[in-house]
Design a protein around this ligand. Structure first.
Ligand code: HEM
Length: 124
């Protein structure tokens, strides 16, 4: 038989240990959570891209498809006419990872499709 005092001490120690674990987890998440994993700023809409960083988003090998128009960078996702980093009706003129400001002016739809796209940042 354990004494009541022993039970109180064990309960308190368990509580303190438990809160310490939770506190450490919360601290870890706040301190390091934002920086871990994936593409930082991918959905924030305000990331600055160099031409080289834009080119990494070529829509193949699991990369997202990003394109730039007029200095804004857009995510292209979920469109049947964009496959494997290529815009099928464009005959190779519109590909992911490039500044397509001049190309979009040659398209039948012009800038009207931009409103369907999520802006992820700007091209520096
Ligand atoms: C020479 C270049 C291009 C050609 C010939 C072209 C042609 C087309 C055609 C024929 C369509 C289907 C008809 C329509 O929805 O209006 C289409 C759809 C679309 N285009 Fe283009 N386009 C070009 C460039 C671009 C560029 C540069 C962008 C983005 C920056 C773009 C984004 C889209 C989107 C988002 C759709 C809708 C796709 C879908 O619903 O599956 N296009 N394009």
């Amino acid at each position: 038989m354990k004494s009541p005092a022993y039970k109180v001490v064990v309960t308190l120690a368990s509580l303190i240990f438990g809160f310490a674990i939770i506190g450490a987890a919360v601290y870890w998440q706040l301190e390091y959570g934002e920086r871990s994993g994936g593409d930082p700023g991918a959905v924030s809409g305000d990331r600055a891209f160099t031409t080289e960083e834009l080119a990494e988003h070529d829509g193949v090998s699991g990369n997202d498809c990003y394109v730039a128009v007029d200095g804004d960078v857009y995510l292209i996702e979920g469109f049947a006419l964009w496959q494997m980093g290529q815009h099928l009706p464009s005959n190779g003129r519109a590909s992911c990872g490039y500044d397509l400001t001049d190309v979009i002016d040659e398209s039948p739809h012009g800038r009207s499709k931009l409103q369907l796209l999520q802006k992820v940042g700007t091209l520096t």
